[in-house]
Design a protein around this ligand. Structure first.
Ligand code: GYE
Length: 346
């Protein structure tokens, strides 16, 4: 009887100890389906105070949620972080640089392992980048670039070749219209003023069309990459010079979609009376291209999450990264639109 009681007591104690251990370590464990990837990413990453293995913490300052491209970019980053077992601290800055500064300072306070930024504009970053460096936190620049004199302030820049995108848009206009004898009037909807894609897409486009005297940019205005501003600015272009406009070059799809509404309300046919070339390659733009309302879309890939997580992991494993990681992209025209529409991930 007594020995039975002792065995029960002994088993009870083992159970209590085991439960305590599970609870104590729960923050460092992963559920079965995530076990492999998550465990892979925390190898060699131990908490020095407690000797425990814990996930890498990434602070990411997203610039906003102004477009379909941006939303796809955010989803890609969230999903890739989860898949990689990386703990993501995410802040949306609503297209405000000062809100990005606030987010970064809070990441420094939280002592995250790595910081990544998608910077809204290029200028004004040097002081805060120095704060990050002083805190000893490695920095990855994503999507858009920062204009700093000391490039050692960040580890790597992952993003598209926006200059090439602008050139591709220009080449489409040349192929389609440069043989015309008369002047071809072009209007341009720029993205956010001072942002890398807006600067480089504008320059690439100009650099290729400048050889052709009949291709003339009548007017260019920033419309912040949004549908609403795209529509409003296009409306003002049409009111000022409606009949002279032959081509619209839009720095992103959302502004082009807004402009299509303005063109139709003005009584012209988008894609026919006004040729439209846009950048991004979202599903909505493909739908409009299949309807013949957009003529060409230059692709810009927003699915940067896996690239970012890979860079974070490599960094934490002490590997060195290339200073520039570029994502490959294509150009689509009306004839390809029907095949492609509905297949896009964004
Ligand atoms: O083209 C636009 C977005 O920075 C590449 O930002 C990105 C651009 C993208 O708002 O749709």
């Amino acid at each position: 009887m007594r020995s039975k009681l002792l065995i029960i007591l002994f088993l009870g104690m083992i159970l209590i100890l085991y439960t305590f251990d599970s609870v104590h370590n729960s923050s460092t464990r992963f559920t079965s389906s995530e076990d492999k990837t998550a465990a892979k990413n925390v190898v060699n990453h131990t908490d020095q105070d407690q000797g425990l293995v814990r996930p890498i913490v990434l602070g990411f300052s997203q610039l906003g949620s102004e477009s379909a491209w941006r939303n796809a970019n955010t989803i890609s980053i969230r999903e890739a972080a989860e898949e990689a077992g990386i703990e993501l601290h995410f802040e949306d800055a609503d297209q405000s640089q000062s809100k990005q500064f606030e987010a970064i300072r809070s990441f420094i306070k939280q002592k995250v392992d790595v910081i990544a930024i998608a910077p809204v504009i290029e200028s004004g970053w040097e002081p805060i980048l120095k704060e990050i460096k002083q805190a000893g936190i490695p920095l990855i620049i994503l999507d858009r670039l920062v204009n700093v004199s000391d490039s050692s302030l960040y580890v790597t820049y992952i993003g598209s070749d926006f200059y090439e995108e602008g050139r591709k848009a220009g080449k489409y206009v040349i192929d389609k219209l440069s043989s015309k004898k008369e002047i071809v009037g072009i209007v341009e909807l720029g993205g956010t003023e001072g942002s890398t894609p807006s600067i480089a897409r504008g320059k690439g486009f100009r650099d290729v069309i400048k050889e052709h005297e009949n291709l003339k940019i009548l007017k260019s205005q920033a419309a912040d990459f949004t549908f609403a501003q795209g529509k409003q600015v296009m409306k003002s272009f049409l009111n000022k010079m409606g009949n002279e406009i032959n081509v619209l070059y839009s720095h992103n799809d959302d502004m082009a979609l807004g402009a299509i509404e303005a063109i139709e309300e003005f009584g012209l046919r988008p894609g026919k009376d006004i040729i439209i070339v846009s950048v991004d390659g979202t599903n909505k733009a493909f739908e409009k291209m299949a309807e013949g309302k957009i003529n060409s879309v230059v692709e810009c890939n927003p699915l940067l999450g896996p690239n970012l997580m890979q860079a974070v992991n490599e960094l934490m494993q002490g590997r060195s990264l290339p200073k520039r990681i570029v994502t490959p992209e294509s150009v689509f025209t009306e004839t390809m639109a029907l095949e492609e529409v509905g297949k896009r991930k964004y």
